[in-house]
Ligand binder design. Structure first.
Ligand SMILES: [Fe+2]
Ligand SMILES: [Fe+2]
Length: 300
């Protein structure tokens, strides 16, 4: 769905920038970088989809359906599209938090390249979690029924993303001959329900007048991983790759003494430590990496 939905949100935000550029130059700068990020996601996901379609040509029909649906959505008013973009980011952020809690369960045996694509994307969704919200908020000052528009953009985003995620998953299950596997359906139901319980409270909170996404506590791991992006080579480590032991984590330099064990002790900690279920006592390395008090105060 990403090659179709992300150009829509990126185009809408880009179109709105001249409207507030003079009043909020910092937001305009962030919005431009947001647009660049989303268009890069779109490009990489389009390449990935082409590969999927080469292997499973039947998926092309779903790709066309997605293209048609989001093209229709792109004909709505700019205010609606910006509300949709803000709602889409809320759902994407929930997706990142939901995934972060299940990293190993979902990805340990998965294809590393697909997993890296998916997780890199989610990590950047966390990075720009406030931009679409702010762009809609500043644009909404000029339009009537802003709250109603926000609600309709949010609900449309949640319904479309869930519906197409389900259709895409079923289609791939058929293509991979696992559609009649009870275990696959049990996982799908379990994961769908847990995702609904992640996304619904956040959707409700995001409609409160006092809400701003900056108050949400980010998942810990993804930001750490993004810090390993190598600007010189334009590469990021394959998720959970052991070669991480050779990588210096930029954040360590800022956070006091570098622990004796290298960064990839961080990877070991990651494997063994779930900040939401385990006590910090006796895990000194984790104290270096994570602000456990802040995690406890998280909106969860
Ligand atoms: Fe994205
Ligand atoms: Fe995004």
């Amino acid at each position: 769905m990403m090659p179709h939905v992300e150009p829509l949100v990126a185009r809408s935000v880009r179109l709105a920038i001249p409207e507030f550029e003079n009043d909020a130059p910092d937001l305009a700068k962030d919005a431009r970088s947001y647009v660049r990020q989303e268009l890069e996601h779109h490009k990489q996901h389009a390449t990935f989809n082409e590969r999927i379609i080469t292997v499973h040509p039947g998926m092309a029909k779903i790709d066309r359906l997605l293209g048609w649906s989001f093209e229709r959505l792109g004909r709505r008013s700019l205010a609606f599209r910006l509300a949709f973009a803000a709602g889409f980011e809320t759902v994407a952020y929930s997706g990142a938090r939901w995934t972060d809690d299940r990293l190993h369960k979902l990805f340990d045996d998965a294809d590393p390249v697909a997993s890296t694509l998916f997780l890199w994307h989610l990590a950047e969704e966390i990075e720009h979690k406030t931009v679409a919200f702010d762009v809609f908020a500043i644009y909404a000052e000029k339009v009537r029924f802003a709250k109603l528009r926000q609600l309709s953009g949010l609900v449309t985003a949640a319904v479309m993303l869930s519906m197409f995620a389900l259709i895409g998953t079923w289609a791939l299950m058929i293509a991979q001959r696992s559609f009649f596997s009870p275990r696959a359906h049990a996982n799908l139901i379990r994961w769908s329900l847990s995702f609904i319980f992640e996304v619904m409270p956040l959707m409700a909170v995001s409609l409160l007048p006092s809400h701003h996404p900056r108050t949400l506590t980010d998942p810990a791991w993804m930001a750490q991983w993004l810090a390993n992006f190598n600007e010189a080579t334009g590469q990021i480590p394959i998720w959970n790759d052991l070669t991480w032991s050779a990588i210096e984590a930029p954040r360590q330099a800022d956070s006091g003494p570098v622990p004796e064990s290298g960064w990839l002790e961080g990877n070991r900690v990651l494997n063994e430590f779930d900040p939401l279920t385990q006590e910090p006592s006796g895990v000194s390395r984790v104290d270096d990496l994570l602000d456990l008090e802040e995690l406890r105060r998280s909106v969860r």
